[in-house]
Design a protein around this ligand. Structure first.
Ligand code: SG6
Ligand code: ZN
Length: 263
């Protein structure tokens, strides 16, 4: 069993305290992607994202990250193709980041860390009727991971960055509409790695088909600085804690293979 003591990055965060132990543990995420050990699979198709910005609803600080949430009661924003047999519905996206630009991503590539990582979370609407159901099941979720590097300012991300001061504290939520998540994908979505893994926070269920983009996106240092101005703590707490280092450390591969869509 994997215990949550294995998570130094988030040890101090209340969400992780207590004796919680998860079952299993040989398909955990994130992992280090070793490029020369990944296996090219010519059967892997291009990803097909079909997102409707009208399904974007709100942005909230859940005390661990900030989430942009989408109406997932119908198949209006979906992901198909790639390694997937079924249709998956977008429910939210969020990020993980570090206190400095030297680390912050959950996945790594040949041990290389990125300052942040975007996760677009989808659930299998062909097989299940609710996220809560899918999260417990094999093949229940598909998460797209995109690495962020520091460079030029990202125009699409700025609308999000501008909303963050309103949700500084844990538990705060504001309306956030008409945001097209496709603007956060790299220009090349044909090249990716994929493997079977888990959620990177409790319940850590091993229900995720991970799709990690080879190409990163660029954001400015100032944009990441606004991420770091968020707080893990609620307005009532006396000692405020900056929301930084909200990533889990790499987990053992345990014999799994990482496939690549490119050579
Ligand atoms: C973030 O990641 C989110 C939280 C949760 C978690 O911390 O704040 O909402 O997401 C789908 C889900 O439960 C795990 O998602 S992840 O594995 O993509 N990192
Ligand atoms: Zn995540």
């Amino acid at each position: 069993a994997v215990t949550l003591r294995d998570l130094p990055a988030v040890k101090l965060h209340p969400m992780w305290q207590g004796p919680l132990v998860v079952p299993g543990g040989d398909r955990q995420s994130p992992i280090d992607i070793v490029v020369r050990k990944s296996v090219f699979d010519s059967e892997l198709k291009p990803l097909v994202t079909d997102y409707d910005p009208q399904t974007c609803q709100q942005i909230w600080n859940n005390g661990y990250s900030f989430l942009v949430e989408y109406d997932d009661t119908t198949d209006k924003s979906t992901l198909k193709g790639g390694p997937l047999q079924d249709k998956f519905r977008l429910c939210q996206f969020h990020f993980h980041w570090g206190e400095s630009n030297a680390w912050g991503s959950e996945h790594t590539v040949d041990r290389r860390l990125f300052p942040a990582e975007l996760h677009l979370v989808h659930w299998n609407s062909d097989k299940y009727s609710l996220f809560e159901e899918a999260v417990m099941e094999d093949n229940g979720l598909a998460v797209i991971g995109v690495f962020l590097k520091v460079g030029r300012r990202h125009e699409g991300l700025q609308k999000l960055v501008d909303a963050l001061p309103a949700i500084r504290h844990k538990g705060s939520v504001v309306e956030f509409t008409r945001f097209d998540p496709a603007c956060l994908l790299p220009t090349n979505t044909e090249d990716y790695w994929t493997y079977h893994g888990s959620l990177t926070t409790p319940p850590l269920t091993e229900s995720v088909t991970w799709i990690v983009m080879k190409q990163h996106i660029e954001v400015s240092h100032d944009q990441l600085a606004v991420f770091r101005s968020l707080l893990f703590t609620s307005a009532e707490e006396e000692v405020q804690k900056s929301m930084v280092n909200n990533f889990r450390v790499q987990q053992p591969l345990c014999g799994r293979s990482v496939r690549s869509s490119f050579t």
